[in-house]
Ligand binder design. Structure first.
Ligand code: APR
Length: 247
């Protein structure tokens, strides 16, 4: 297995189309904590209390206390060098699309156009009772007045349009992500522990369809043995260097 930037650049150049799968690790350099590293959210908060659909139905106000903290961090964040490098590689035709587990919208704000959000996004929140949908701006405004935003139509507490544990992923996003993984010449996973399914299974889809896998991550993942190239480095620095190497 190769661990060099030159090896990663060769793989991206020679094994087109290249698809990128990102996780929370690409956004930590924008000030957004990830989940499972030492400073991760799930070290401070029990996901069973704050991030399952059952927890939301049991105590929506408590779940919104967690999410209103997240919303203030997420809305203050800016794209970093990693997001910008991927947008540049898409512009050059070297990255076909990004499949992201992140809900922060930073890829789109960095200029990436083909972004598949498999865990939803904070862009909207919806009413589970009547289907009403509210924008992030309306939610942020509500959170200044109340601990949990209520549906303007029926009064039920709205739910962020992010996938909580126990919920199905958005079918159209999953279908597109699987199609991209199966057709990829190389799938590059960046900043993900690759511990959460079904998204982690995308790497197996790529390999079983004859593609290659590469990983850029701080720390080991269960898929390291599958990777043709594995770089244990910062996402921002590594992706910026990759874009320069491919220039
Ligand atoms: N550069 C490279 N890697 C980093 C960086 C960085 N700047 N910062 C953190 N990492 C690594 C961490 O070491 C960790 O291995 O990124 C990985 C992030 O893994 P997780 O915290 O598990 O995040 P992610 O893989 O995106 O989680 C998947 O789990 O809780 C759910 O819905 C949530 O989408 C999330 C999903």
């Amino acid at each position: 297995m190769d661990g060099t930037l030159r090896g990663l650049a060769a793989l991206v150049r020679e094994r087109q189309p290249a698809v990128v799968l990102t996780g929370a690790g690409i956004s930590t350099e924008s000030g957004i904590p990830d989940f499972r590293s030492a400073a991760g959210l799930w070290v401070q908060y029990d996901p069973m209390e704050f991030a399952t659909i059952q927890a939301f139905r049991r105590d929506p106000v408590k779940v919104w206390e967690f999410y209103s903290l997240r919303f203030s961090v997420l809305t203050a964040a800016e794209p970093n060098a990693g997001h910008r490098a991927l947008a540049e590689l898409e512009r050059r035709g070297l990255v076909q699309a990004i499949v992201t587990q992140n809900i922060d919208g930073l890829h789109q704000r960095a200029g990436s156009e083909d972004v598949v959000e498999v865990h939803g996004s904070i862009r909207t929140a919806s009413c589970l009772e009547c289907g009403e949908r509210e924008s992030l701006e309306e939610i942020v405004a509500s959170l200044r007045e109340t601990a949990a935003p209520a549906c303007p139509r029926c009064g039920a507490i709205l739910k962020p349009d992010v996938v909580m544990f126990g919920e199905l992923l958005p079918p159209a996003a999953v279908d597109r992500a699987v199609e991209l993984a199966r057709e990829a010449g190389v799938l590059l996973a960046v900043g993900s522990s690759l511990e959460v399914y079904p998204v982690a299974g995308l790497l197996e889809e790529t390999v079983s369809a004859g593609g290659a896998v590469a990983i850029v991550n701080r720390g080991a993942t269960p898929f390291d043995g599958l990777a043709s190239v594995r770089i244990d480095g910062q996402a921002g620095e590594t992706l910026a260097a990759l874009a320069a190497e491919l220039d």
